[in-house]
Design a protein around this ligand. Structure first.
Ligand code: IYR
Length: 221
């Protein structure tokens, strides 16, 4: 059994006006974030990607199990393999596996089965969730709230990417078991999300969508 160990912790002591300034400015920064499907070939320094992953790795998780692995891919060969496998699945999705309602819902995004961003973006970050841990001995140990934990880490990664002046897209080719094979991940790791990361292409356009208002998304009691 691990023993209990606690250390002191405090936060910055902000005045109300400092708080207002911070939350408002952060809101404006984040409301400028958009999912981007068209990437420039401009390189992104590997150390930047490492720091983004380190940031995502600070996410809270069930019993602090940190049930995630981040695979960062810049190899053109591996990106090409991932693109081919993803497009094969997406072709099936767009030609029968997705419902009419789903296809209708996607019309305003103008998506299709072709996924150029998988080879255009300088980096792909594939986030794997560990439904359980595999010790070196082969023993299986439990993880908790894996979906929630990995979802939060993904949100923090997306936030960090945006703060770095970079863009991404939450891409979930379906099914995405091929990512486990291509990246040689063990049986306890399942792909959760694929994030192409880079700079937007020149003349990049994004769909003209609106966010729900505060009234539509919140209730105060
Ligand atoms: N995975 C497909 C379809 C798709 C699904 C949703 I929900 C989106 O918000 C966007 C696309 C694709 O990547 O094209």
């Amino acid at each position: 059994m691990e023993s209990k160990s606690f250390i002191p912790y405090t936060t910055e002591d902000l005045t109300l006006s400092e708080q207002k300034e911070r939350v408002t400015s952060f809101y404006h920064t984040m409301s400028n974030r958009r999912s981007v499907r068209h990437f420039s070939h401009k390189k992104v320094d590997e150390n930047i990607i490492r720091m983004l992953i380190n940031t995502a790795g600070t996410a809270p998780s069930g019993a602090n199990k940190q049930p995630w692995t981040f695979c960062a891919v810049s190899s053109p060969d591996i990106k090409q393999k991932i693109r081919e496998a993803a497009e094969k699945e997406e072709f099936e999705n767009y030609h029968g596996r997705m419902s009419e309602e789903w296809l209708q819902d996607l019309q305003k995004f103008d998506t299709n089965w072709v996924k150029e961003f998988l080879t255009e973006a300088p980096w792909l970050i594939i986030l794997f969730k560990k439904s359980y841990d595999l010790e070196a001995s082969g023993q299986k140990t439990k993880n908790y709230y894996v979906q929630e934990s990995v979802g939060i880490a993904a949100g923090m990664l997306i936030t960090a990417i945006h703060l770095a002046g970079l863009v991404t897209l939450t891409h979930t080719p379906s099914p995405m078991g091929f990512l486990q094979d291509i990246l040689g991940r063990p049986e306890n790791e399942k792909p959760f999300l694929l994030l192409p990361v880079g700079y937007p292409a020149e003349n990049c356009m994004v769909p003209d969508i609106k966010r729900k208002s505060e009234n539509e998304i919140s209730l105060f009691f």
